[in-house]
Design a protein around this ligand. Structure first.
Ligand code: PMP
Length: 373
């Protein structure tokens, strides 16, 4: 371990929560549910399943994938009306975050992001031995509680000239909070062109259309902006690991120089192509999420709990006390949700919006947990 470089030894490994199989083994049950990783509760679309089965039957997986991901990029290019040389494919959008960190940060440089922002921003920053400038989040009483405070980002940028990379998650995980399009635009307009602004839109599809920034138009105006999306959420492909970014050709070029030659496998590329064409499935997933998110939030509020306003596929629930015993009591009933102590929100749990049946099961288990824990 003494050979590990720089910031690596100060890191704690990302913990995705207990795998469903492990909990089932521990409890001796076969019906545990996991609402902990913001996956699509409908799974993947039938069209994707059929395409994967056909690809396996064709049996050409002994060959390397198309390292340029040309077919998928062509579909993404058409969807966003953007040139191919402005697209970068990642092994999940986490890969894009990592590429950004590797290219733009390192010793003597800093990355800036919000308190309570997505954990992978800090992992790559520390791993690069770069400095983290963590901007305090908005207060609990704000309309976007615990959300990003972009005016404070600007002030922190001015005070920290070593910042080379800024991460903004909209909506943010784990808070579900959003920024108004004009806030994002105002931030870009005042940010020096030498600072790369990474706009993480992992939950974009769930965002109310009226609240969506026109990130495609912003890309043409701000060559230091990079926007990324994922196939892990509304497209239902978390297990296959595909994400992508849109940026200036110059930014895409530097990311392309450091990425692994075959960072997306053949099945993942194919699945993403088919999923992108199956927008009905995305619409169905988003519609279910909207309906169930409202129902779940109402039920949680009726229990006297705090529910942060969410524009994503999860709800962040406040218990007004340490949430660990509630988390534990849910686990004992075979329900896995996400504790947020590592996000400096120990009184909150994050629950992914599931199917109606899963949400009912969660609510029942929660009633029990609140009575005992
Ligand atoms: N950004 C945010 C804000 C996320 O919540 C996640 C997934 N939890 C990701 C990026 C990464 O997702 P993936 O690597 O599966 O695309």
């Amino acid at each position: 371990l003494k050979y590990a470089a720089g910031g690596v030894m100060s890191l704690e490994a990302y913990s995705p929560g207990m795998p469903i199989d492990e909990l089932q083994r521990r409890l001796g049950v076969s019906n545990a549910i996991k609402l902990a990783s913001n996956e699509n509760p409908l799974g993947m679309s039938d069209k994707v399943k059929a395409a994967i089965a056909a690809a396996v039957a064709r049996d050409n997986l002994a060959l390397y994938p198309d390292g340029s991901g040309h077919r998928l990029k062509a579909k993404i290019a058409a969807m966003h009306d953007i040139a191919l040389d402005r697209i970068t494919l990642g092994n999940g959008s986490n890969d894009i975050i990592e590429l950004l960190g590797r290219v733009f940060t390192g010793p003597g440089r800093a990355a800036l992001y919000s308190q309570h922002a997505f954990a992978v921003y800090s992992i790559i920053t520390q791993a690069q031995d770069a400095r983290a400038v963590i901007v305090p989040a908005r207060p609990a009483t704000d309309a976007q509680p615990y959300g990003h405070d972009l005016p404070a980002f600007s002030k922190a940028l001015a005070a920290n000239p070593d910042v080379a990379l800024v991460f903004i998650a909209n909506p943010n995980n784990p808070t579900g909070t959003v920024l108004e399009p004009r806030e994002i635009e105002a931030f870009l307009a005042t940010t020096p062109a030498s600072v790369v602004v990474a706009l993480d839109e992992a939950y974009f599809e769930y965002l109310d259309p009226a609240l969506r920034p026109d990130s495609r138009a912003l890309l043409d105006r701000y060559p230091n902006l990079i926007v990324f999306r994922t196939f892990s959420k509304a497209y239902g492909l978390a297990g296959l690991r595909v994400g992508y970014s849109l940026s200036s050709p110059a930014l895409a070029d530097v990311l392309n120089r450091v990425r692994q030659p075959f960072n997306n496998n053949s099945l993942a590329l194919l699945a993403a192509e088919v999923a992108l064409d199956d927008q009905d499935y995305v619409a169905k997933s988003v519609e279910l999420n909207g309906r169930e998110r409202t129902r779940l939030a109402d039920a949680l509020q009726a229990k006297g709990l705090t529910v942060l306003p969410s524009q994503a596929n999860f709800l962040t629930v406040g218990f007004g006390r340490d949430a660990k015993p509630v988390h534990q009591a849910l686990l004992e009933q075979g329900v896995i949700v996400r504790p947020l102590a590592s996000y400096e929100m120990p009184q909150f749990l994050r629950v992914t919006v599931g199917t109606p049946q899963e949400n009912d099961r969660f609510l029942e288990a929660l009633t029990q947990a609140l009575a005992t824990a």
